[in-house]
Design a protein around this ligand. Structure first.
Ligand code: 5AD
Ligand code: SF4
Length: 480
Protein backbone atom coordinates (compact mmCIF):
# COMPACT_ATOMS: atom_id res chain seq x y z
CA UNK A 1 0.00 0.00 0.00
CA UNK A 2 2.83 2.30 0.96
CA UNK A 3 4.53 1.63 -2.35
CA UNK A 4 1.39 2.51 -4.23
CA UNK A 5 1.11 5.87 -2.46
CA UNK A 6 4.65 6.66 -3.45
CA UNK A 7 4.00 5.66 -7.01
CA UNK A 8 1.06 8.01 -7.12
CA UNK A 9 3.01 10.87 -5.68
CA UNK A 10 5.78 10.20 -8.21
CA UNK A 11 3.39 10.47 -11.10
CA UNK A 12 1.83 13.48 -9.38
CA UNK A 13 5.12 15.33 -9.72
CA UNK A 14 4.65 15.05 -13.45
CA UNK A 15 7.91 14.96 -15.30
CA UNK A 16 5.51 14.93 -18.26
CA UNK A 17 5.81 18.54 -19.15
CA UNK A 18 7.54 20.45 -21.85
CA UNK A 19 10.60 21.88 -20.23
CA UNK A 20 12.02 23.83 -23.02
CA UNK A 21 11.49 24.05 -26.71
CA UNK A 22 12.96 26.44 -29.23
CA UNK A 23 10.04 27.91 -31.16
CA UNK A 24 10.30 27.52 -34.93
CA UNK A 25 10.56 30.83 -36.74
CA UNK A 26 9.49 31.44 -40.37
CA UNK A 27 13.05 31.51 -41.67
CA UNK A 28 13.58 28.08 -40.16
CA UNK A 29 10.40 26.72 -41.73
CA UNK A 30 11.99 27.26 -45.16
CA UNK A 31 14.81 24.98 -44.15
CA UNK A 32 12.59 22.14 -43.05
CA UNK A 33 12.26 20.57 -46.50
CA UNK A 34 13.57 17.01 -46.32
CA UNK A 35 16.81 16.26 -48.12
CA UNK A 36 16.59 13.54 -50.73
CA UNK A 37 18.49 10.31 -50.07
CA UNK A 38 20.37 10.88 -53.33
CA UNK A 39 21.57 14.35 -52.40
CA UNK A 40 25.31 14.24 -53.04
CA UNK A 41 25.85 16.54 -50.07
CA UNK A 42 23.67 14.47 -47.74
CA UNK A 43 24.74 15.19 -44.20
CA UNK A 44 26.50 12.33 -42.48
CA UNK A 45 25.50 11.23 -39.01
CA UNK A 46 27.60 9.28 -36.52
CA UNK A 47 26.11 7.82 -33.35
CA UNK A 48 27.65 6.34 -30.21
CA UNK A 49 25.49 4.31 -27.86
CA UNK A 50 25.97 3.89 -24.12
CA UNK A 51 24.05 1.78 -21.61
CA UNK A 52 21.40 -0.87 -22.13
CA UNK A 53 20.02 -2.81 -25.08
CA UNK A 54 17.02 -0.47 -25.15
CA UNK A 55 19.38 2.40 -25.92
CA UNK A 56 21.02 0.39 -28.66
CA UNK A 57 17.61 -0.19 -30.24
CA UNK A 58 16.72 3.50 -29.80
CA UNK A 59 19.84 4.44 -31.78
CA UNK A 60 18.53 2.26 -34.61
CA UNK A 61 15.21 4.14 -34.45
CA UNK A 62 17.07 7.49 -34.48
CA UNK A 63 19.00 6.49 -37.61
CA UNK A 64 15.82 5.37 -39.31
CA UNK A 65 14.21 8.76 -38.62
CA UNK A 66 17.26 10.63 -39.88
CA UNK A 67 17.77 8.46 -42.97
CA UNK A 68 14.19 9.16 -44.03
CA UNK A 69 15.13 12.83 -44.03
CA UNK A 70 18.18 12.27 -46.20
CA UNK A 71 20.92 11.89 -43.62
CA UNK A 72 23.50 9.15 -44.24
CA UNK A 73 24.92 6.96 -41.50
CA UNK A 74 28.68 6.84 -41.03
CA UNK A 75 30.78 4.70 -38.71
CA UNK A 76 33.56 7.30 -38.78
CA UNK A 77 33.24 10.26 -36.45
CA UNK A 78 35.97 12.10 -38.40
CA UNK A 79 33.72 12.45 -41.45
CA UNK A 80 30.41 13.13 -39.65
CA UNK A 81 28.51 16.40 -39.90
CA UNK A 82 26.37 15.37 -36.97
CA UNK A 83 27.86 13.56 -33.95
CA UNK A 84 25.30 12.00 -31.62
CA UNK A 85 25.73 10.25 -28.27
CA UNK A 86 22.81 8.19 -27.02
CA UNK A 87 23.47 8.29 -23.30
CA UNK A 88 22.87 6.44 -20.02
CA UNK A 89 22.32 7.87 -16.52
CA UNK A 90 21.98 4.67 -14.53
CA UNK A 91 25.17 5.24 -12.50
CA UNK A 92 27.42 8.24 -12.01
CA UNK A 93 30.40 6.58 -13.73
CA UNK A 94 28.31 6.09 -16.91
CA UNK A 95 27.62 9.83 -16.99
CA UNK A 96 31.23 10.76 -16.24
CA UNK A 97 32.41 8.66 -19.16
CA UNK A 98 30.06 10.46 -21.51
CA UNK A 99 31.07 13.89 -20.19
CA UNK A 100 34.67 12.93 -20.97
CA UNK A 101 33.65 11.88 -24.45
CA UNK A 102 31.97 15.24 -25.09
CA UNK A 103 35.42 16.80 -24.66
CA UNK A 104 36.62 14.63 -27.54
CA UNK A 105 33.67 15.70 -29.70
CA UNK A 106 34.82 19.29 -29.05
CA UNK A 107 38.03 18.49 -30.90
CA UNK A 108 36.02 17.52 -34.02
CA UNK A 109 34.05 20.75 -33.77
CA UNK A 110 37.22 22.81 -33.60
CA UNK A 111 38.76 20.93 -36.53
CA UNK A 112 35.80 21.06 -38.89
CA UNK A 113 33.41 23.98 -39.09
CA UNK A 114 29.67 23.25 -38.97
CA UNK A 115 29.82 19.96 -37.07
CA UNK A 116 26.86 19.58 -34.72
CA UNK A 117 26.98 17.59 -31.46
CA UNK A 118 23.80 16.16 -29.99
CA UNK A 119 23.20 14.41 -26.67
CA UNK A 120 20.27 11.98 -26.73
CA UNK A 121 18.72 9.57 -24.24
CA UNK A 122 18.69 9.42 -20.47
CA UNK A 123 21.35 12.07 -19.75
CA UNK A 124 19.57 14.49 -22.07
CA UNK A 125 16.37 13.86 -20.14
CA UNK A 126 18.00 14.18 -16.73
CA UNK A 127 20.27 17.19 -17.28
CA UNK A 128 18.26 19.08 -19.91
CA UNK A 129 19.45 22.73 -20.39
CA UNK A 130 22.43 22.12 -18.13
CA UNK A 131 24.02 20.19 -21.01
CA UNK A 132 23.63 23.15 -23.36
CA UNK A 133 25.78 25.24 -21.04
CA UNK A 134 28.70 23.22 -22.44
CA UNK A 135 29.64 25.06 -25.64
CA UNK A 136 30.35 21.74 -27.41
CA UNK A 137 26.74 20.58 -27.14
CA UNK A 138 24.34 21.96 -29.75
CA UNK A 139 21.41 19.66 -29.29
CA UNK A 140 19.69 17.90 -26.37
CA UNK A 141 16.92 15.41 -27.16
CA UNK A 142 15.13 13.15 -24.66
CA UNK A 143 14.08 9.52 -25.40
CA UNK A 144 10.52 10.39 -26.44
CA UNK A 145 11.39 13.23 -28.85
CA UNK A 146 13.37 11.49 -31.57
CA UNK A 147 10.75 12.18 -34.25
CA UNK A 148 11.65 15.85 -33.91
CA UNK A 149 15.37 15.27 -34.51
CA UNK A 150 15.49 16.36 -38.18
CA UNK A 151 13.60 19.53 -37.36
CA UNK A 152 15.71 20.26 -34.28
CA UNK A 153 18.93 19.70 -36.21
CA UNK A 154 17.92 22.21 -38.84
CA UNK A 155 16.87 24.57 -36.10
CA UNK A 156 20.33 24.24 -34.57
CA UNK A 157 21.95 25.41 -37.76
CA UNK A 158 19.97 28.63 -37.67
CA UNK A 159 19.47 29.34 -34.00
CA UNK A 160 22.61 27.72 -32.60
CA UNK A 161 21.02 25.34 -30.12
CA UNK A 162 18.02 22.98 -29.93
CA UNK A 163 16.37 21.07 -27.12
CA UNK A 164 13.30 18.92 -26.51
CA UNK A 165 12.94 16.71 -23.46
CA UNK A 166 9.19 16.28 -23.32
CA UNK A 167 8.22 12.85 -22.00
CA UNK A 168 5.22 11.16 -23.59
CA UNK A 169 2.53 8.81 -22.34
CA UNK A 170 2.02 7.31 -25.82
CA UNK A 171 5.23 7.32 -27.89
CA UNK A 172 6.43 3.79 -28.73
CA UNK A 173 7.90 4.45 -32.23
CA UNK A 174 5.71 1.49 -33.27
CA UNK A 175 5.60 2.53 -36.94
CA UNK A 176 9.35 3.08 -37.34
CA UNK A 177 11.41 0.24 -38.80
CA UNK A 178 14.79 0.55 -37.06
CA UNK A 179 17.94 0.65 -39.21
CA UNK A 180 19.78 -2.46 -38.03
CA UNK A 181 23.20 -1.71 -36.57
CA UNK A 182 24.10 -5.25 -35.51
CA UNK A 183 27.12 -6.61 -37.30
CA UNK A 184 26.06 -10.21 -37.93
CA UNK A 185 22.53 -10.03 -39.43
CA UNK A 186 21.47 -12.85 -37.09
CA UNK A 187 20.17 -11.28 -33.87
CA UNK A 188 18.07 -8.15 -33.54
CA UNK A 189 16.31 -6.29 -30.74
CA UNK A 190 12.64 -5.38 -30.76
CA UNK A 191 11.40 -2.86 -28.19
CA UNK A 192 7.98 -3.95 -26.98
CA UNK A 193 7.41 -1.23 -24.43
CA UNK A 194 8.97 1.94 -23.04
CA UNK A 195 9.31 3.50 -19.59
CA UNK A 196 8.85 1.90 -16.20
CA UNK A 197 6.05 2.07 -13.62
CA UNK A 198 8.10 0.63 -10.78
CA UNK A 199 9.75 3.12 -8.53
CA UNK A 200 12.76 1.25 -7.20
CA UNK A 201 14.19 3.82 -4.82
CA UNK A 202 17.72 3.78 -6.29
CA UNK A 203 16.73 3.96 -9.94
CA UNK A 204 16.71 6.97 -12.24
CA UNK A 205 15.00 5.16 -15.14
CA UNK A 206 11.38 6.12 -14.34
CA UNK A 207 12.50 9.77 -14.36
CA UNK A 208 14.46 9.58 -17.61
CA UNK A 209 12.20 7.24 -19.58
CA UNK A 210 8.81 8.14 -18.15
CA UNK A 211 5.72 6.04 -17.58
CA UNK A 212 5.35 2.55 -18.93
CA UNK A 213 3.56 2.08 -22.25
CA UNK A 214 3.21 -1.05 -24.36
CA UNK A 215 3.63 -1.10 -28.10
CA UNK A 216 0.95 -2.33 -30.51
CA UNK A 217 1.18 -6.11 -30.57
CA UNK A 218 0.55 -6.29 -34.34
CA UNK A 219 3.48 -4.00 -35.09
CA UNK A 220 5.79 -6.18 -32.96
CA UNK A 221 4.77 -9.37 -34.76
CA UNK A 222 5.13 -7.64 -38.15
CA UNK A 223 8.64 -6.46 -37.22
CA UNK A 224 9.58 -10.01 -36.21
CA UNK A 225 8.24 -11.36 -39.57
CA UNK A 226 10.19 -8.73 -41.48
CA UNK A 227 13.38 -9.56 -39.62
CA UNK A 228 12.92 -13.27 -40.32
CA UNK A 229 12.38 -12.56 -44.03
CA UNK A 230 15.59 -10.51 -44.00
CA UNK A 231 17.56 -13.47 -42.68
CA UNK A 232 17.54 -12.79 -38.93
CA UNK A 233 17.18 -15.90 -36.79
CA UNK A 234 16.89 -14.47 -33.28
CA UNK A 235 14.91 -11.58 -31.80
CA UNK A 236 15.12 -10.25 -28.25
CA UNK A 237 11.96 -8.57 -26.98
CA UNK A 238 12.99 -5.60 -24.85
CA UNK A 239 11.37 -3.68 -22.03
CA UNK A 240 12.29 -2.47 -18.52
CA UNK A 241 9.72 -4.91 -17.14
CA UNK A 242 8.44 -7.15 -19.94
CA UNK A 243 6.07 -9.05 -17.62
CA UNK A 244 3.81 -6.02 -17.39
CA UNK A 245 3.37 -5.80 -21.18
CA UNK A 246 -0.33 -5.36 -21.94
CA UNK A 247 -2.02 -4.43 -25.21
CA UNK A 248 -5.75 -4.16 -25.81
CA UNK A 249 -6.56 -5.02 -29.42
CA UNK A 250 -9.31 -3.30 -31.43
CA UNK A 251 -11.80 -6.09 -30.61
CA UNK A 252 -11.13 -5.70 -26.87
CA UNK A 253 -8.89 -8.76 -26.55
CA UNK A 254 -6.13 -8.20 -24.03
CA UNK A 255 -2.67 -9.47 -25.00
CA UNK A 256 -0.30 -10.00 -22.07
CA UNK A 257 3.41 -10.79 -22.30
CA UNK A 258 2.91 -14.58 -22.39
CA UNK A 259 0.43 -14.15 -25.29
CA UNK A 260 2.81 -11.82 -27.13
CA UNK A 261 5.71 -14.23 -26.70
CA UNK A 262 3.59 -17.07 -28.12
CA UNK A 263 2.61 -14.91 -31.11
CA UNK A 264 6.21 -13.93 -31.88
CA UNK A 265 7.34 -17.56 -31.50
CA UNK A 266 4.63 -18.55 -34.02
CA UNK A 267 6.26 -16.37 -36.73
CA UNK A 268 8.54 -19.27 -37.69
CA UNK A 269 10.00 -22.24 -35.80
CA UNK A 270 13.43 -21.18 -37.07
CA UNK A 271 13.16 -17.79 -35.38
CA UNK A 272 14.46 -17.92 -31.83
CA UNK A 273 12.88 -15.61 -29.31
CA UNK A 274 14.51 -14.13 -26.19
CA UNK A 275 13.33 -11.40 -23.84
CA UNK A 276 14.66 -9.05 -21.17
CA UNK A 277 14.10 -7.85 -18.43
CA UNK A 278 11.77 -9.76 -16.10
CA UNK A 279 10.61 -8.49 -12.71
CA UNK A 280 10.49 -11.10 -9.91
CA UNK A 281 7.04 -10.25 -8.58
CA UNK A 282 5.47 -10.13 -12.05
CA UNK A 283 6.91 -13.19 -13.80
CA UNK A 284 3.94 -15.53 -14.21
CA UNK A 285 3.48 -19.29 -14.35
CA UNK A 286 1.61 -18.71 -17.62
CA UNK A 287 4.80 -17.25 -19.10
CA UNK A 288 6.89 -20.21 -17.90
CA UNK A 289 4.33 -22.60 -19.44
CA UNK A 290 4.50 -20.77 -22.79
CA UNK A 291 8.32 -20.97 -22.63
CA UNK A 292 8.11 -24.70 -21.97
CA UNK A 293 5.65 -25.28 -24.81
CA UNK A 294 7.65 -23.77 -27.72
CA UNK A 295 10.97 -25.09 -28.91
CA UNK A 296 12.06 -21.73 -30.28
CA UNK A 297 11.58 -19.69 -27.08
CA UNK A 298 14.99 -19.66 -25.45
CA UNK A 299 15.28 -21.02 -21.95
CA UNK A 300 16.93 -18.06 -20.32
CA UNK A 301 15.54 -15.57 -17.80
CA UNK A 302 17.30 -12.43 -16.66
CA UNK A 303 15.74 -11.90 -13.23
CA UNK A 304 17.39 -9.04 -11.31
CA UNK A 305 17.35 -9.75 -7.56
CA UNK A 306 19.36 -6.65 -6.46
CA UNK A 307 19.82 -7.91 -2.86
CA UNK A 308 19.29 -11.03 -0.76
CA UNK A 309 18.24 -9.04 2.32
CA UNK A 310 14.56 -8.43 3.00
CA UNK A 311 15.39 -5.18 4.78
CA UNK A 312 17.30 -3.91 1.71
CA UNK A 313 14.63 -5.13 -0.74
CA UNK A 314 12.01 -3.18 1.17
CA UNK A 315 14.16 -0.08 1.27
CA UNK A 316 14.85 -0.46 -2.45
CA UNK A 317 11.03 -0.67 -2.87
CA UNK A 318 11.26 -3.91 -4.77
CA UNK A 319 7.85 -5.56 -4.58
CA UNK A 320 9.03 -9.01 -3.44
CA UNK A 321 11.04 -10.50 -0.63
CA UNK A 322 13.77 -13.12 -0.54
CA UNK A 323 11.31 -16.01 -0.01
CA UNK A 324 9.23 -14.91 -3.01
CA UNK A 325 12.31 -14.69 -5.21
CA UNK A 326 13.51 -18.14 -4.17
CA UNK A 327 10.04 -19.58 -4.80
CA UNK A 328 10.08 -18.11 -8.35
CA UNK A 329 13.50 -19.68 -8.95
CA UNK A 330 12.21 -23.06 -7.71
CA UNK A 331 9.20 -22.86 -10.03
CA UNK A 332 11.38 -21.83 -12.99
CA UNK A 333 13.63 -24.83 -12.37
CA UNK A 334 10.67 -27.19 -11.99
CA UNK A 335 9.02 -26.07 -15.21
CA UNK A 336 12.20 -25.41 -17.21
CA UNK A 337 14.98 -27.56 -15.70
CA UNK A 338 17.58 -26.43 -18.25
CA UNK A 339 16.76 -22.71 -17.95
CA UNK A 340 19.65 -20.24 -17.79
CA UNK A 341 19.28 -17.76 -14.96
CA UNK A 342 21.14 -14.44 -14.73
CA UNK A 343 20.69 -11.45 -12.43
CA UNK A 344 21.67 -7.92 -11.36
CA UNK A 345 23.06 -7.20 -7.88
CA UNK A 346 23.74 -3.91 -6.10
CA UNK A 347 26.40 -3.78 -3.35
CA UNK A 348 26.38 -1.14 -0.61
CA UNK A 349 22.90 0.32 -0.88
CA UNK A 350 21.96 2.86 1.82
CA UNK A 351 22.45 1.53 5.40
CA UNK A 352 23.45 -1.96 4.16
CA UNK A 353 25.04 -3.89 7.06
CA UNK A 354 27.43 -6.85 6.97
CA UNK A 355 24.44 -9.06 7.75
CA UNK A 356 22.49 -7.67 4.75
CA UNK A 357 25.56 -8.26 2.59
CA UNK A 358 25.88 -11.85 3.86
CA UNK A 359 22.20 -12.36 2.93
CA UNK A 360 23.07 -11.41 -0.65
CA UNK A 361 25.99 -13.84 -0.69
CA UNK A 362 23.87 -16.66 0.73
CA UNK A 363 21.11 -16.04 -1.83
CA UNK A 364 23.69 -16.18 -4.62
CA UNK A 365 25.04 -19.41 -3.14
CA UNK A 366 21.54 -20.88 -2.97
CA UNK A 367 20.41 -19.90 -6.48
CA UNK A 368 23.63 -20.41 -8.41
CA UNK A 369 23.23 -17.83 -11.19
CA UNK A 370 24.96 -18.53 -14.50
CA UNK A 371 26.24 -14.96 -14.56
CA UNK A 372 25.42 -11.57 -13.09
CA UNK A 373 25.80 -7.84 -13.59
CA UNK A 374 27.19 -6.57 -10.30
CA UNK A 375 27.38 -2.92 -9.27
CA UNK A 376 28.23 -0.64 -6.39
CA UNK A 377 25.35 1.55 -5.39
CA UNK A 378 25.61 4.97 -7.03
CA UNK A 379 23.31 7.69 -5.71
CA UNK A 380 21.27 9.28 -8.48
CA UNK A 381 19.92 12.79 -7.91
CA UNK A 382 16.15 13.05 -7.60
CA UNK A 383 15.49 9.37 -6.85
CA UNK A 384 13.58 8.31 -3.73
CA UNK A 385 16.78 7.00 -2.16
CA UNK A 386 18.67 10.24 -2.82
CA UNK A 387 15.85 12.21 -1.24
CA UNK A 388 15.25 10.01 1.80
CA UNK A 389 18.28 7.88 2.67
CA UNK A 390 21.91 8.89 3.22
CA UNK A 391 24.43 7.16 0.93
CA UNK A 392 26.23 6.01 4.06
CA UNK A 393 28.19 2.87 3.15
CA UNK A 394 31.82 4.05 2.83
CA UNK A 395 33.28 3.63 -0.70
CA UNK A 396 35.96 1.19 0.47
CA UNK A 397 33.27 -1.00 2.10
CA UNK A 398 31.17 -0.93 -1.10
CA UNK A 399 34.24 -1.95 -3.09
CA UNK A 400 35.13 -4.77 -0.72
CA UNK A 401 31.56 -6.12 -0.72
CA UNK A 402 31.35 -5.87 -4.51
CA UNK A 403 34.63 -7.77 -4.81
CA UNK A 404 33.26 -10.52 -2.56
CA UNK A 405 30.12 -10.71 -4.69
CA UNK A 406 32.19 -10.89 -7.90
CA UNK A 407 34.47 -13.60 -6.45
CA UNK A 408 31.49 -15.72 -5.41
CA UNK A 409 29.82 -15.24 -8.81
CA UNK A 410 33.04 -16.33 -10.56
CA UNK A 411 32.98 -19.54 -8.57
CA UNK A 412 29.28 -20.12 -9.32
CA UNK A 413 29.74 -19.36 -13.05
CA UNK A 414 32.59 -21.83 -13.13
CA UNK A 415 30.35 -24.51 -11.57
CA UNK A 416 27.35 -23.72 -13.79
CA UNK A 417 29.39 -23.76 -17.01
CA UNK A 418 31.33 -26.87 -15.99
CA UNK A 419 27.99 -28.64 -15.38
CA UNK A 420 27.27 -28.38 -19.12
CA UNK A 421 30.31 -30.45 -20.08
CA UNK A 422 29.10 -33.68 -21.67
CA UNK A 423 25.77 -32.18 -22.83
CA UNK A 424 24.78 -31.33 -26.39
CA UNK A 425 23.43 -27.82 -27.02
CA UNK A 426 21.51 -26.37 -29.95
CA UNK A 427 23.53 -23.32 -30.96
CA UNK A 428 22.60 -20.51 -33.33
CA UNK A 429 25.83 -19.48 -35.06
CA UNK A 430 26.55 -15.75 -34.71
CA UNK A 431 29.87 -15.62 -36.58
CA UNK A 432 33.62 -16.13 -36.17
CA UNK A 433 34.88 -16.56 -32.60
CA UNK A 434 37.11 -13.76 -31.28
CA UNK A 435 39.99 -16.19 -30.86
CA UNK A 436 40.84 -19.44 -32.59
CA UNK A 437 41.43 -19.63 -36.32
CA UNK A 438 38.35 -21.02 -38.09
CA UNK A 439 36.33 -21.24 -34.86
CA UNK A 440 32.74 -20.07 -34.74
CA UNK A 441 30.65 -18.84 -31.83
CA UNK A 442 27.00 -18.69 -30.92
CA UNK A 443 24.71 -19.03 -27.93
CA UNK A 444 22.97 -22.05 -26.53
CA UNK A 445 19.29 -21.66 -25.64
CA UNK A 446 20.31 -20.94 -22.02
CA UNK A 447 22.37 -17.92 -23.22
CA UNK A 448 25.77 -19.50 -22.64
CA UNK A 449 28.29 -18.60 -25.32
CA UNK A 450 29.72 -21.64 -27.18
CA UNK A 451 32.90 -21.81 -29.27
CA UNK A 452 33.60 -24.66 -31.71
CA UNK A 453 35.48 -25.44 -34.97
CA UNK A 454 33.52 -24.05 -37.95
CA UNK A 455 33.46 -27.13 -40.24
CA UNK A 456 32.13 -25.02 -43.13
CA UNK A 457 29.06 -23.78 -41.28
CA UNK A 458 28.07 -20.12 -41.27
CA UNK A 459 26.24 -17.40 -39.29
CA UNK A 460 22.47 -17.93 -39.01
CA UNK A 461 22.62 -21.74 -39.05
CA UNK A 462 21.62 -23.95 -36.14
CA UNK A 463 24.07 -26.66 -35.12
CA UNK A 464 24.18 -29.28 -32.38
CA UNK A 465 27.34 -28.79 -30.36
CA UNK A 466 28.75 -31.39 -27.98
CA UNK A 467 30.36 -29.59 -25.02
CA UNK A 468 33.85 -30.89 -24.12
CA UNK A 469 35.17 -28.17 -21.82
CA UNK A 470 34.18 -24.92 -20.12
CA UNK A 471 35.54 -21.66 -18.71
CA UNK A 472 33.42 -19.45 -16.37
CA UNK A 473 32.07 -17.60 -19.44
CA UNK A 474 32.34 -19.95 -22.44
CA UNK A 475 31.45 -23.50 -23.42
CA UNK A 476 33.93 -25.19 -25.74
CA UNK A 477 32.80 -28.01 -27.99
CA UNK A 478 32.47 -29.51 -31.45
CA UNK A 479 29.62 -29.94 -33.89
CA UNK A 480 28.06 -33.40 -33.64
N1 5AD B 1 23.34 2.24 -8.56
C1 5AD B 1 23.86 1.04 -8.89
N2 5AD B 1 23.23 0.18 -9.72
C2 5AD B 1 22.03 0.56 -10.22
N3 5AD B 1 21.17 -0.08 -11.03
C3 5AD B 1 20.11 0.72 -11.25
N4 5AD B 1 20.26 1.86 -10.56
C4 5AD B 1 21.45 1.78 -9.90
C5 5AD B 1 22.15 2.65 -9.04
N5 5AD B 1 21.66 3.83 -8.69
C6 5AD B 1 21.41 -1.43 -11.56
C7 5AD B 1 20.31 -2.40 -11.13
C8 5AD B 1 19.52 -2.59 -12.39
C9 5AD B 1 20.60 -2.46 -13.45
C10 5AD B 1 20.09 -2.16 -14.81
O1 5AD B 1 21.40 -1.40 -12.97
O2 5AD B 1 20.92 -3.60 -10.72
O3 5AD B 1 18.88 -3.85 -12.46
FE1 SF4 C 1 14.72 0.82 -12.54
FE2 SF4 C 1 13.27 -0.83 -10.99
FE3 SF4 C 1 12.26 0.03 -13.37
FE4 SF4 C 1 14.32 -1.70 -13.35
S1 SF4 C 1 12.25 -2.09 -12.58
S2 SF4 C 1 14.13 0.17 -14.60
S3 SF4 C 1 15.48 -1.08 -11.54
S4 SF4 C 1 12.72 1.31 -11.57
Amino acid sequence: MKIKENQNSFYGISTIKRLSLYVISDKVMNLLRPLSIDTPHARKVYIETYGCQMNFNDSEVVLSILQKEGYRYTERMEEADVILANTCSIRDNAEQRILGRIEQFAFQKRKRKGVLVGILGCMAERLKEELLENSTVDLVVGPDCYRRLPELLQLCEVEGKGIDTLLSREETYADIAPVRLDKNGVNAFISIMRGCNNVCSYCVVPYTRGVERSRDCGSIVREACQLFENGYREVTLLGQNVDSYRWTAGDGTVVDFADLLAQVAAVNPLLRVRFSTSYPSDISDKLLDVMASRENICHHIHLPVQSGSDRMLEKMRRKYDRAWYLERVRTIREKLPDCGLTTDIIAGFCSETEEDHRDTLSLMEEVGFDSAFMFQYSERPGTLAARHYPDDVPPEVKTRRLNEIIALQMRKSEERYAAQVGTTQTVLIEGPAKRGEGDLCGRASNYMMCVFPGDGHKAGEYVRVHINAATPATLIGEIE
